[in-house]
Ligand binder design. Sequence first.
Ligand SMILES: [Zn+2]
Ligand SMILES: [Zn+2]
Length: 239
Amino acid sequence: MFQSALRLIYPPRCVSCGEMVERDFALCMTCWGQMDFIAGLVCDCCGTPLPGEDGGTPEYCDDCLARPRPWSRGRAALLYRDKARKLVLSFKHGDRTELARPAAEWMLRAGRAILTPGMVVAPVPLHRWRLLRRRYNQAALLSQALAEGASLAHIPDLLIRRRKTRVQDGMGAEQRFANLAGAIAVHPRHRERLRDRTVLLVDDVMTSGATLSVAAEACLAAGAKEVRILVLARVAKAS
Ligand SMILES: [Zn+2]
Ligand SMILES: [Zn+2]
């Protein structure tokens, strides 16, 4: 009753363009068609789309082959471009926190193959001063919605930033990796919980993978058995 009264006052709208839609937290047909959802054969490590058919054996992209990742498997829901890029940016900087729910649904669909029971879900941390300015960590909103949707344990403060790092926009991959070395650690309080568990690291965007690498290394150093990653959007090279 309350729900339907709410619907009369606030009819559900497309999270991208604001058109009225059938249900809450969804996209209209037009925006759905224009979003670059990743499907088909993907790199088993980072989720970037690969040419060819899915033959059931893991395949890897050139980036992951050239730079072995500390995590074992990974998936991404969207390609970070055009409409999807706009949506991710409005989530990051525009206080569109309501996007976490549909985004987590897309990520769950993309990541189905790499989820295992007993996993611990954790976000890539945001440095405190950046958290204050933005008021929320978009990765933590995603990881919380994801953990709920998949009935997995969520540890929002599993990882902490040990020091301030420079904003990475405009840096090349090498610079990004150097900028971040040792910058993330497992919160001492959670070390025990991590032992021999598989961790699912969540972030909004993966570019070079530098931040995720440092975060994954911190988990492994603290005793995690394995780390997998799931991101909302993957920056893929133009093919
Ligand atoms: Zn729309
Ligand atoms: Zn890859």
